[in-house]
Design a protein around this ligand. Structure first.
Ligand code: VG1
Ligand code: CO
Length: 546
């Protein structure tokens, strides 16, 4: 095998964010940009010669070209074998599943998740470790440090691999096995959930609609929902992965999943499906809808926790629950009742890995439509959908009824997130600094009907390895448990995205079913005052409300 060592100059902007490195496609196509980052990964992880790597992506524009480059680099860097999804496809949870099942050294996933794709869109790359989960911060920091001092990368001279042909091929001395991207994942799902009960539910006339948003989950959803669970053909809409996601924005929320929302809020209630769901670009997030009903992701985590033993994979109960800091405390209430621990971590799935590896938690969730468990080490969109279907099959109630009964039992953490996208970075930074500058005076102060109990810039000490992550979001907690959090996104590629997370607890069944935006209005006003939002940004309303 002929290996080239190519001299290169470092780039100074290859710092991974909340979930890998994301940039415009044009940036990734800059000569040596992708190669440098991949070499930085290989240099930082020091995989022993002969290691196995898993490789795949969400099918977006540039996916297959990048895969060919990474294969040649893996060969030049001493990997013995790479398992790559057919057509270059592997959803994030499926990649996690394959890394674990095959005990591979790690994996590279090509995705910018919910960010739009296409030549003008975004591309991304993330590294997962041998436990199947996102690289922890100490590895992403090492990769970044390496990327800043890189002088060369190694690449083999070899022809392209046929990514469509299942089976083994060689790249130089390295074996490349093209695998079915769905099979291992579908088998894992079948081991966790009561497929017979779900089949019976669907066979009995229960109607569902799954919007794959032309992103990676199409083939997974068609295999599992339509083929294995017997849902009629057409249950999965937008099921073919497209390089530009059909010019859509594969973010499963009420704004971007508008096609599904229109179906689930259809004028004729009787013909509206009983259950709707959508997943994001790389298949790790989910939105759950009932007929004319939206399930808040924080509630979804709590409801899955409260009903977990309905699913065969979880009959033994849960070791514990973890949620990201901005996620509502609905899951905490369930954990309390179950007598199990609940951990609060920074945003991003990488913070759950240690807790799952140590057996301290079974379920994890984020307010951003991410839910998952220790079956893999990533959040998992279809898994959440199947969990809901399993619960619905067992309880035989509507989605809405399940949520209402949950609130009646536990109280409701009324919740919403307001995003202000594409703000100038300096204005967003100044707004955050302004909020923080008031922290010394806020505790004890009365703002409207609320009294401030505490405020801080969230910092997390990992209970397993003691690593500290600071600057994870500004929290303002009120005496009655209500909360406002300000945080800047770590996944965008243009300017800054400000996220304002709002939460108010309601134990009164009479007002519990109120519209979340109305119920949160006083907190929204406080958030705007504290941040001088309108003066500073000139924005009258959020870009996205969830
Ligand atoms: C967002 C979400 C976060 C999620 C991350 C990656 O991050 O808020 O909860 O883990 O996306 O998800 P940020 O930094 O933009 O708030 V995904 O599906 O894009 O891999
Ligand atoms: Co995602």
């Amino acid at each position: 095998m002929k290996i080239q060592t190519v001299a290169t100059m470092p780039f100074d902007d290859q710092k991974p964010g909340t979930s890998g490195l994301r940039k415009k496609v044009a940036a990734f196509k800059t000569p040596a940009y992708l190669e440098n980052f991949v070499q930085a990964i290989f240099d930082s992880i020091t995989a022993p010669v002969g290691s196995v790597l898993v490789l795949g992506g969400d099918g977006r524009y540039y996916n297959c070209e990048a895969i060919q480059i990474i294969l040649r680099m893996a060969a030049a860097n001493g990997f013995a074998k790479v398992l790559v999804g057919q057509g270059g496809i592997l959803s994030t949870p499926a990649a996690s599943c394959v890394i674990r099942k095959t005990r591979s050294f790690g994996g590279i996933i090509l995705s910018a998740s919910h960010n739009p794709g296409g030549p003008e869109g975004d591309f991304g790359i993330k590294y997962n470790t041998g436990n199947g989960g996102p690289a922890p911060e100490k590895i992403t920091e090492a990769i970044y440090a390496c990327s800043r001092s890189l002088t060369q990368y190694r690449i083999a001279d070899a022809a392209d691999v046929n990514l469509d042909r299942i089976g083994c091929q060689m790249v130089g001395d390295m074996n490349v096995e093209v695998i079915d991207p769905v099979a291992d994942y579908a088998e894992l799902m079948e081991s966790l959930f009561d497929f017979a009960a779900i089949r019976a539910l669907i066979g009995g006339g229960f109607r569902l609609c799954f919007d794959a948003m032309h992103a990676v989950t199409g083939p997974y959803a068609i295999e599992i929902l339509e083929k294995r669970l017997g849902a009629p053909a057409g249950t999965v809409i937008n099921g073919v992965p497209l390089p530009d996601f059909g010019e859509g924005h594969p973010d499963p929320n009420l704004t971007y999943a508008h096609e599904l929302v229109a179906i689930m809020y259809g004028a004729d209630r009787a013909s509206t499906p009983d259950f709707g769901a959508a997943s994001d670009g790389d298949g790790d997030r989910n939105m759950i809808l009932g007929r004319h009903f939206f399930v808040n992701p924080s509630d979804s985590l709590a409801i899955i926790a409260a009903n977990a033993t309905q699913a065969p994979g979880y009959v033994a109960g849960l070791a514990g629950i973890a949620r990201s800091m901005p996620t509502s405390a609905a899951a905490d209430r369930v954990a309390d009742k179950l007598g199990i621990p609940c951990f609060e971590t920074p945003t991003g799935w990488k913070f759950f890995g240690n807790l799952m590896d140590a057996g301290k938690v079974t379920l994890c969730g984020e307010e951003s439509f991410g839910t998952g468990s220790s079956h893999v080490r990533e959040k998992d969109g279809l898994w959440a959908v199947l969990f809901w279907l399993n619960i619905l099959a067992k309880r035989r109630l509507s989605v809405e009824e399940i949520v209402h009964r949950h609130w009646a039992e536990y109280g409701r953490n009324v919740y919403s997130r307001h995003d202000y996208e594409a703000l100038p970075a300096d204005i967003a930074a100044e707004l955050m600094a302004h909020v923080k500058s008031q922290f010394a005076d806020l505790p004890g102060r009365r703002l409207g009907d609320y009294t401030v109990k505490f405020c801080d810039d969230f910092s997390y000490t990992d209970p397993i390895d003691g690593s500290v992550s600071s600057g994870q979001g500004l929290r303002i907690g009120f005496k009655d448990g209500s909360r406002i959090v300000f945080r800047l996104s770590g996944t965008g590629t243009e300017g800054a995205t400000l996220r304002i997370y709002l939460e108010a607890y309601s134990s009164d069944p009479a007002t519990q079913r109120a519209d979340a935006q109305q119920a949160l209005e006083p907190l929204i006003d406080i958030a705007h005052d504290l941040s001088q939002l309108k003066q500073r940004t000139g924005r009258e309303s959020p870009t996205v409300i969830t």
